[in-house]
Design a binder for this molecule. Sequence first.
Ligand code: C5P
Length: 213
Amino acid sequence: MHVAAVVVAGGRGERFGGPKQFAPLDGATVSAHSVRVARSVAQLVVLVVPDSYAGDGEGADLVVTGGVTRSESVRAGLGAMEEVDIVVVHDAARPWASRTLFESVVAAVEAGADAAVPGLSITDTVKRVSVEGAVTVVRATEARDELVTVQTPQAFRYTALVRAHGAGGRATDDAALVERLGGRVVVVPGDEANVKITRPEDLRAAHRAGGVV
Ligand code: C5P
């Protein structure tokens, strides 16, 4: 099957204090690691960057400018490619995603799902809360055995993803847009090591642990 990848690196890294996805990591950049692992399943890798980007493409085949939201950035990446069978969308900020994880989401779509996402079970108790002025109040306790946290890479049947993005829309991941149209999204085992770099301490912790891809 023909597989393409969209690696989204178009964020401004507000919580990080700058574009975290281009920070140095183990002799390359965070994004270059993400592009390299995406290439293990994809014949074409599109990197989506902020308009301020002045780098060399991080090893991607195509580089396009993203949008204000993550969903717009994914659409920019999708718009740069020809029709393929499967598209894998990956956050550049997850440089430690494994080749095995990419292969397992692609395999789940090859087996018939509209989309596949890596999920991790929850060990902490999860509460629904609301903020009342300066106080946060618990509204309910969720059934954690029915919940997973979800990572990227996420794989999609090309037509399902294009249709899901066709009406615009905004979500924190692409699977949510496919779910809204009634698509079948399956969960494959996620990987605890596949951390998303969000704050400077995430990178510092990796350097301390000798964390390399
Ligand atoms: O903000 P968040 O950490 O969820 O971003 C996840 C990924 O989406 C990051 O790799 C970020 O660079 C990318 N992104 C993007 N365009 C945006 C916002 C985020 O490509 N407008």
